[in-house]
Write a protein that binds this ligand. Sequence first.
Ligand code: UDP
Length: 315
Amino acid sequence: MKSEHCRIVVTGGAGFLGSHLCDSLLEQGHSVIAIDNLVTGRMENVEHLFGHDRFQFVRQDVTNYLWVPGEVDIVLHFASPASPIDYLELPIQTLKVGSLGTHNALGLAKDKGSRFLLASTSEVYGDPEVHPQVETYWGNVNPVGLRGCYDEAKRFSEAMTMAYYRTHGVDVRIVRIFNTYGPRMRPRDGRVVSSFLTQALRGTPLTVFGDGSQTRSFCYVDDLIDGIISVLWSDYVGPVNVGNPGEFTMLELADVVRRVTGSSAELLHEPLPTDDPTRRRPDIELIAKLTGWQPRVDLAEGLERTAAWLETQLA
Ligand code: UDP
């Protein structure tokens, strides 16, 4: 397919990742139609793009019938609540956007002959028994637990994407996105990086869930977007992990957050949420082999940039 001047639909285009994708694609010369119902996305994330002659915003819920006039070269499906507190509050919408929303977005891609990229997640691995997580691992998910609404929605969306690939020949890509942070995360979105940074900047205690020995691997948003775009232009259907393999316990993360913000805030231990994965780290050999992509921004540098942005939000 052509890789220049594409007309690209981004569902969830006003969200944290969706809006950064819109920026990047516009910079690369493409036209972007961002679709978002603004349940967890924010107009502020795309405000700076209004007036751009290659950008269009449509406020719509993709779980309803989805139609875009004219040619569409690529559909990037990023619509979904993604923070545990959001999907715990919106379990039915989360399941609907992963199922009906994915079906509609695939239907649009099929009708337009577009390439389709699904934003899947490391949550498909659940509380993993294989570490680091390789794409061939099938995961360990509790379907009836509180996180099941997100994990199973994304597992369903991967299955639906493969069914459209096999049955209708839609040109699909699947990326499994690991924990990502950076500017435009909502200060109160409940995820650990936004929570710790906001707490450190305000001088309130950092809320560590459980004993803080659980691990995550954090990727700076600019790196992640480059990784996703590299998979989009590759010939590989997927799934492909995208993330930064640097792995930290939550206690280690709290230390780095305090160091980069110069905060001496105390730690406040709170109960560990149910089914909280014990450890998580992407194996990124596959993407490195396919596209040569590697993350560049280390945790301290990424946290500094994110803290600088959060300060402007909290001011
Ligand atoms: N966490 C924490 N304090 C917070 C928020 C989260 O200790 O204020 C922990 C959470 O229990 C999990 C990790 O940080 O082990 C990452 O949580 P997050 O919600 O960012 O994403 P997840 O990887 O669980 O989807």
